[in-house]
Design a protein around this ligand. Structure first.
Ligand code: ARG
Length: 411
């Protein structure tokens, strides 16, 4: 038995260098253990021997493993209303295990899970890491932090029931305490709610939640602990306050004005805009049991968010791919690519959002996000050329994570 790992070689029509936007044609990627050894047009000498495994991907393009910076693995798109309230945390973890696999099958090898009860997302993360179940690498937030009665609280009950979400905290010291609690239990990232939302009861989608003072304390605490922070924000004032407070990413970003765009550019803030999910909510939501209040709010937000997306892209704001998977069925994540192109990105920009930009937001750009020697081998094969037809991203054929073939749909 040799001390050297048996190389795995991928041969494809092309490999995308997401940094330069160039295609390497044809492409050979050599993988050893978890890492990419080389990306080149021809197979390097001496790499092929009798026990090398070669996968031929004729007709396919290799792209970096995809990132979705906003999912809820524990969420089931078909469960709403009373049925949702009857779902326990253990049950949600089982749902999450299934959804993790679906997400990986769609080519997403890394996800940020922004909000889960009972730290169920950390359990999913750890079970995947330990190899108990198959799924993407999960960067998990645990319970999202929010004000009493806000988007991150549960407001469906009367006061007699005394139902309060785990992440509720009011006041600068209380929010610092919540951050510390989440860090104590092992989260990778902090999520908080800076405005009302679509899917919550009794919140105004455009209204700010948390004073600037609270946001500043929260962000300061997160950064002091060496983590990053994502703010849910639809309304303009909430978006601006979150950016000024120093958040790393703003989620949704529906109502933008020029000042908000300038602030994002100045602070280097990332926008994670879930512009596919509106189609699902307005198309399938009523059938799936989404309450009329939420449908009504979605009608206010959906098309304006898409206009804002176009403006942000034009202005050159840092954009990542975030889809809010769980509102629509997990596994459909890649449907958002074609909408990102429809509303102003080039195919390459959409792919950069889902790869190198997301890796950079996570501060993992030295290890993930592009096909380069020395990086972790997270690689996806798609049929055809995604720079010409972005829809091919919806038909992932092969998924490699950490150098291991996790999904092979060609069989
Ligand atoms: N989680 C978000 C909320 O409830 C989803 C918003 C979905 N709609 C949209 N147009 N992006 O506010």
């Amino acid at each position: 038995c040799s001390v050297f790992a048996t190389p795995l070689i991928l041969k494809a029509d092309a490999a995308l260098d997401v940094k330069s936007g160039k295609l390497i044609t044809p492409a050979t990627i050599v993988i050893e253990d978890k890492n990419i050894v080389s990306v080149s047009q021809h197979t390097p000498k001496d790499t092929e021997n009798s026990d090398t495994k070669v996968i031929n991907l004729k007709g396919h393009t290799l792209v970096p493993g995809l990132f979705d910076m906003h999912v809820h693995l524990t969420g089931d798109a078909s469960v709403h209303g009373y049925e949702r309230l009857r779902r326990t945390v253990p049950r949600s973890a089982i749902t999450g295990a299934i959804n993790a696999r679906r997400t990986l099958e769609a080519g997403f090898t890394s996800v940020r899970n922004l909000g889960a009860s009972g730290y169920a997302d950390l359990a999913i993360r750890d079970a995947i890491y330990d190899g108990d179940i198959s799924g993407p690498r999960v960067f998990a937030s645990g319970p999202a932090i929010g004000i009493t009665g806000g988007h991150c609280d549960i407001n469906a009950f009367t006061h007699e029931h005394r139902v309060i979400s785990e992440g509720v905290a009011d006041g600068p010291w209380a929010v610092r305490h919540k951050v510390r609690e989440n860090v104590k239990y092992g989260v990778d990232v902090i999520k908080f709610c800076a405005t009302g939302g679509v899917m919550s009861t009794g919140t105004k989608v455009g209204a700010q939640q948390y004073s600037f003072e609270e946001m500043e304390a929260l962000v300061n605490e997160v950064h002091m602990r060496g983590l990053t922070v994502a703010a849910h924000a639809h309304g303009t004032n909430g978006i601006k306050s979150a950016i000024r407070a120093g958040v790393d990413s703003v989620e949704h970003v529906s109502f933008l004005d020029d000042e908000a765009i300038q602030l994002a550019l100045k602070h280097g803030t990332y926008f994670s805009m879930d512009i596919y999910t509106t189609e699902y909510i307005l198309g399938e939501g009523a059938k799936a049991g989404i309450p009329e209040e939420s449908l009504q709010k979605e009608r206010q937000v959906g098309s304006i968010q898409r206009e804002s997306f176009t403006k942000a892209v034009k202005a050159g704001v840092n954009m990542v791919f975030g889809s809010d998977g769980g509102i629509y069925p997990h596994g459909d994540n890649a449907k958002q690519f074609s909408r990102m192109v429809q509303f102003g990105m080039t195919e390459l920009q959409a792919l950069q959002a889902a790869t190198i930009n997301s890796a950079t937001l996570l501060k993992l750009q030295d290890h993930l996000g592009s096909l380069e020697s020395g990086k972790l081998a997270d690689i996806v094969a798609v049929p055809g050329n995604p720079l010409e037809d972005i829809k091919v991203m919806e038909n992932v054929a092969l998924v490699i994570k950490d150098g291991k073939v996790e999904v092979d749909k060609r069989l």
